[in-house]
Ligand binder design. Sequence first.
Ligand code: F6P
Length: 361
Amino acid sequence: MTRIGILTGGGDCPGLNGVIRAVTLHARQTYGWEIVGIRNGFEGLYEEVYEDLTPARVQNVLPRGGTMLGSSNRANPFAYPVKLPDGRVEVHDVSSRCLANLAKLALHGLVIVGGDGTMSFGQKFIQRGATRIVGVPKTIDNDLEATDYTVGFQTAVEVVVQALERLHTTAESHERIMIVEVMGRYAGWIALTSGLAGGAHVVLIPEIDYDLDRIIDSFHRRHGRGVSYSIVVVAEGAKPKGGALAVATPGDATKQEKLGGAAQRLAEAISAKSEYEVRSTVLGHVQRGGAPCAFDRELATRFGVRAVEMIAEGKFGHVTGLENGKIVAVPIEKAVKKLKLIDPSGELVRAAKGIGIELGG
Ligand code: F6P
């Protein structure tokens, strides 16, 4: 019987189960194919840990967050942390073994669901002859060029907006500056979108380095108008003019650096230069957990179905994308060439400035 495979790589996000469900249902019910789920991203391909996916197995998973297949953001097949018998860990290129395991599976096609890291591994495998790969872009960061929206992003924005609403009331009661650090890595999509939707007064994004004085001046102006509290959204990748990224844990050959500390740094800087009472909140992985919103369930389903169609059509080496409301197939190179960042003079930034949000630069 014809068999296809699917794996979810990198950090998880809400909506992954919707992709797995759609791929399983469409592949099985429309084409009669078998579906092999590869556990924990490329780790499962290396370790040969698989599970059969059937319509019964994916029942009721649509509203569930996370990924039923597991994921790993340390499973880089080209720089893989291998545990040696003496307990030491060495970084090895295990891609040949992954390729051999892939050949053993004899898949008609492999769906890789992931962000820029997973897609770039997929591209490398394609270059090394494993050509029957298609991708589905997911990440709360929304930083993939291939698509207007990635699976998981809108849910993360909903989480942040709910948090901002809660912080508004307590900030107002205590006349405080409330700083909220959000994820997004080197892109400000979560920060700016949720800042707009959640009524933030200051939004700091990686694409625009901030000037502390401008931020404090904006508080003075609000106070001058009799409003004695402010909500600040700071992206984890935002930095002051001339300053560095706030890095919590440096990266190495096997994993990316971990950002963190932007809110704390800003809180200290504001306190050192003004009399305002400041509090900071780091939303962290709350943004990645829980049930996907309706938009992500729908997008996950449309992407999953299209991915199966792409395999049926032989349209390998492409990833699904949402372009002006339509689902399209985009060459995988476009998904990995460069990160999709906010245009500092684009419409989103103009909308924020238009209603008086201070962007710090
Ligand atoms: O890429 C998704 C993301 O949640 C980023 O926004 C964040 O910087 C990072 O992953 C956190 O990674 P980890 O789950 O390894 O802490």
